[in-house]
Design a binder for this molecule. Structure first.
Ligand code: ATP
Length: 589
């Protein structure tokens, strides 16, 4: 597919106002592409060069993009900067300069989308002395022979600001429609995505091998599996009932989730976070331990990493450990409070996929391949058949400084990428407050008034993820409790992802001063969930219907939660469930 054609689809995507409209446009684009173009087209559409776990960033700085626009059009950099000041979008500026370019001698050529993609790869991979010049040269070459519309998307992509707004679910539905005729194959495609975390790969397989290829997809080393997630229930009685009277109860460690991939033959270990970023460099001790404490040729297992003082039996808050490590360099050996990995699940072992084996079998196997007395331990657990046992274990866990418990259904498979009742969490509750925090996506922000005017930031508009509709719905404005440092940080961070109008996948009644691309997640505590006509969370659209909101919301973490992506935010359904549980607890109490 010519990049020019892809750019026309992108322009249509930008102009559509419905999510289903986006699915249609994308599916049309994908069905017009050749099988060997699908993978790169999907990455292009996502605005990435590779699946996020590969961590390949394009990262052209604004000033270099400005130079490239100037050089390819024959104008001065000052002219470009002046235009950028007006448009606020270097993509539009670049479009303008291609239109009025003075260097007419260069002939326009029509390049393939794969060519653009490869050029972007070259830009990302060039490093060392003189690399900036090489990067600019590649960009100039592209711009000099592109059309105005192509230039808009080339520049936005190079800056990492494509922002077409198509989420994973939209792309999966588009793939389903393009290759099977309708959107019904989405769940199977989603399964495939959950075990490889790579939409480009899913697209490549369906376009080359059809649905048969999709159903044959297996877990592979160094392609992270999307993590299983836990549901919530407010009491041990309800947990036990849901688990049919018998369950494993594990301590819930308040650390950092780590998925370890081990390949002994090549002496290679990789680790991935909850949102599948490669975090291997953060845990050099655990990397070594995986090679010396695990007896397997190949394995994928997961656990929670946190600092643990063996002599006192004390767990240290993970934030504290991470800050210390940052201060002293990421690879510092944390000898004082060594990081331990409390492993709790096994997904793959020596060629065998363990995802569909029952929890109890996975756990037993995990215990048979790990020594368990070094840096890699096992999550503590009991098997419970009465709610009293669960309550006692829960209280002990909280007393030991842990977050609570995770109950696990003994016969359940590992449900990659989904929040299911095979795992149920119960966290310590805070008197008079909502028992759990919620993770909300920043959808927009407000300007500061009065004293806050100098920070250019006065508060956040935040929302939840509605999985069924694949949209973000507003839940809360957060206007208090920010430190000056936080206000500065939010202003700096959010102004970079400002968008000119409400994104298609955001459903809102309230309008902030600025909309932003849904990208960042913050953890919020509140007193309770209330009904509200102002917010769209849980509102089905009827005239008198109300949505949900938070009472007295405040940020918990010191800023943005780096280990969560927008689709990992608390969902609309979770809020509705939490609202129901809150009512029950009140009635019972
Ligand atoms: P939270 O913010 O409550 O940790 P979350 O959205 O990150 O929630 P959930 O699936 O809701 O994730 O809760 C399970 C989380 O608890 C896992 O992501 C994991 O990081 C952590 N955890 C700690 N101990 C365990 C354990 N023994 N078994 C499973 N998960 C555990």
């Amino acid at each position: 597919m010519l990049f020019e054609e892809a750019a026309k689809y992108y322009e249509r995507l930008e102009n559509t106002s419905s999510r289903l409209g986006m699915v249609d446009i994308l599916s049309e684009m994908l069905s017009h592409a050749k099988p060997n173009e699908i993978k790169d087209l999907i990455y292009l559409t996502q605005g990435v060069l590779a699946p996020p776990f590969e961590g390949l960033q394009i990262g052209i700085a604004e000033k270099f993009a400005e130079s490239a626009i100037a050089m390819s059009s024959g104008y001065s950099k000052e002219d470009v900067v002046a235009s950028f000041r007006k448009t606020g979008d270097l993509g539009l500026t670049s479009e303008e300069f291609v239109k009025k370019g003075k260097l007419k001698t260069l002939s326009k050529r029509h390049f393939e989308s794969n060519y653009v993609f490869e050029s972007m790869h070259k830009i990302a991979k060039t490093s060392g002395t003189g690399s900036q010049d090489t990067k600019i040269k590649i960009l100039v070459e592209l711009l000099a022979s592109s059309s105005a519309l192509e230039a808009r998307y080339i520049i936005r992509f190079a800056l990492g600001r494509l922002r077409l707004g198509a989420g994973d679910a939209t792309i999966l539905e588009a793939l389903s429609k393009a290759f099977t005729g309708d959107r019904k194959a989405k769940p199977e495609l989603e399964n495939a995505y959950n075990i490889c975390s790579d939409l480009g790969k899913v697209g490549e397989i369906i376009s080359e091998k059809g649905m048969a290829g999709i159903s044959r997809l297996k877990v592979t080393l160094f392609s992270p599996i999307r993590p299983a997630l836990a549901e919530r229930l407010p009491t041990s009685e309800q947990i036990l009932e849901k688990m049919n009277g018998r369950c494993a109860v594990e301590s819930k460690y308040d650390g950092f989730r780590v998925q370890v991939h081990l390949d002994r033959k090549n002496n290679k270990v990789a680790m991935f976070s909850r949102n599948l970023e490669n975090t291997t460099l953060m845990f050099p001790d655990i990397e070594k331990a995986a090679l010396s404490e695990v007896s397997a040729k190949e394995a994928i297992f997961e656990g929670e990493a946190l600092a643990y003082d063996e002599t006192t039996g004390e767990f240290r808050p993970f934030q504290e450990t991470i800050q210390r490590k940052r201060k002293h360099g990421i690879a510092m050996k944390s000898t004082e409070f060594p990081l331990h990995l409390f492993s709790f699940d096994l997904m793959y072992l020596d060629g065998e996929d363990y995802l569909s084996r029952p929890y109890e079998e996975r756990r037993k196997k995990l215990e048979s391949i790990i020594k368990g007395n070094g840096l890699i331990r096992f999550s503590d657990r009991i098997i419970a058949t009465t709610s009293k046992q669960i309550d006692k274990y829960f209280e002990e866990a909280v007393e030991n400084g842990l977050e609570g418990i995770v109950a696990k259904e003994p016969n359940s498979v590992y449900v990659a990428g989904a929040r299911k009742f095979s795992w149920i969490k119960l966290k310590r509750s805070y008197k008079g407050e909502l028992s759990d925090t919620v993770d909300l996506v920043i959808l927009g922000y407000f300007l500061g008034k009065g004293q806050r005017a100098e920070f250019g930031f006065g508060g956040l508009l935040t929302g939840v993820y509605n999985e069924k509709k694949d949209v973000f719905e507003t839940l809360s404005k957060i206007g208090t409790g920010f430190s000056e440092e936080q206000m500065r940080m939010f202003n700096d961070t959010l102004k970079k992802i400002k968008v000119s109008k409400k994104p298609v996948r955001v459903d809102a009644i309230v309008s902030p001063d600025f909309w932003v691309e849904p990208k960042y997640v913050v953890t919020v505590r509140a007193d309770e969930i209330t009904k509200s006509p102002m917010h769209t969370c849980g509102k089905e659209g009827g005239k008198d219907e109300t949505g949900y909101a938070l009472r007295f919301p405040r940020l918990v973490s010191d800023g943005i939660r780096k280990d969560k992506s927008p689709a990992d935010a608390t969902t609309t359904n979770e809020i509705i469930e939490m609202f129901g549980q809150q009512k029950k607890v009140r009635l019972e109490g």
